[in-house]
Design a protein around this ligand. Sequence first.
Ligand code: NAD
Ligand code: DAU
Length: 352
Amino acid sequence: MKIRNLMVTGGSGFIGSNFIRYLFNKTDFDGRIINVDKLTYAGNPENLTEIERSYPDRYCFERADICDFDAVDDLFTSYAVDSVCHFAAESHVDRSIKRPGEFIYTNIIGTYNLLESARANQERFVTFHHISTDEVYGSLGKRGLFRETTPYRPSSPYSASKASSDHLVRAYNTTFGLPATISNCSNNYGPYQFPEKLIPLMTLNAMEGKALPVYGDGKNVRDWLYVEDHCEAIWTIMNRGKKGETYNIGGNMEMENIVIVEMICDLVDELCGTDRDGSRRDLITYVTDRPGHDRRYAIDFTKLQKQLTWFPKESFESGLRKTVQWYTENQNWVERIKSGEYQSWIEEQYGA
Ligand code: NAD
Ligand code: DAU
């Protein structure tokens, strides 16, 4: 069965908008995409302006909260949804430490609602793909890698809520036979990432000559993946992955945070010039560590590589350069986020 009416949840966020752009511009997908997004602070329809203009018959936007079962269920019926790619989530670890409640509702109840609607329409269902994170596995020591068989040991309210949603998806496959797959991915970076995450935050602060707040000793390690490589992996799994299976996705690119921040400083110095004495590296400021801060993540994606022949294409050096350059060249997008104008526009279009 072919994917015809694909519901993408959270399609106005960072990875979701890159995924929608990737499907229209870089694949032979010829069906319809229904982007269902609540437009929280992290959702910005301006991420997809050119897609909306170019594909008026095949791209539909619906502002809805996945925690609202009736709204979700109506959309399944009215669009005859046959597949779901589920990105919508509260995604920022620091926010989950300050206010866990939204994470529990959106990430757990929201996922449950989508699963229930999919189950009610199971006779026409092609695939339900759930986007998850490597953070469900907890923290690694100096050695070792996360495998699909690694036990779950989430540390933050964010990762605990994602772990819970993974278990629900697995249970719906095992118990009800819902044709579902899960992917657990490492840290993404690239264009359109909300400037609360490490790479865009440091880039914009460096451009403005502001302090660069590095948590703890700066030696925490993350495994970085360029967002388009992630999109390609997701589409590969949705089309060729075995139902009921989980696939780890990673970039083979372990980096200490401090090394990344230094690389960003050097790129901003090069791309924006400097009217300061010395490098932007002087702006680096060590600050109090994040509570429960996982020390190291690293992904073994052999299963995806061997079974579905996927491998990341972008090197970290070129991907980071493209990303920093994108932020320097898209000042309008940055300014509308910073000033809150993007949210005023959303209120005008869709109400508060
Ligand atoms: P994001 O915060 O940029 O975007 C999340 C999107 O979901 C936004 O558009 C937001 O408006 C929408 N949303 C939030 N609550 C909603 C609700 N109740 N109903 C409908 N829409 C809602 O997140 P992202 O970084 O693009 O991450 C997308 C997914 O990928 C998440 O599930 C996240 O856990 C997962 N993930 C992210 C990364 C990463 O490095 N960013 C890595 C691995 C996995
Ligand atoms: O591993 C996948 C996860 O990656 C995703 O599931 C999450 O949705 C995504 O937000 C990301 O989580 P992290 O917590 O790893 O990302 P963040 O960009 O917040 O932080 C990356 C590292 O940088 C982390 O070790 C904390 C550190 N950091 C972060 C910020 C925002 C700093 O040192 N200073 C900062 O100001």
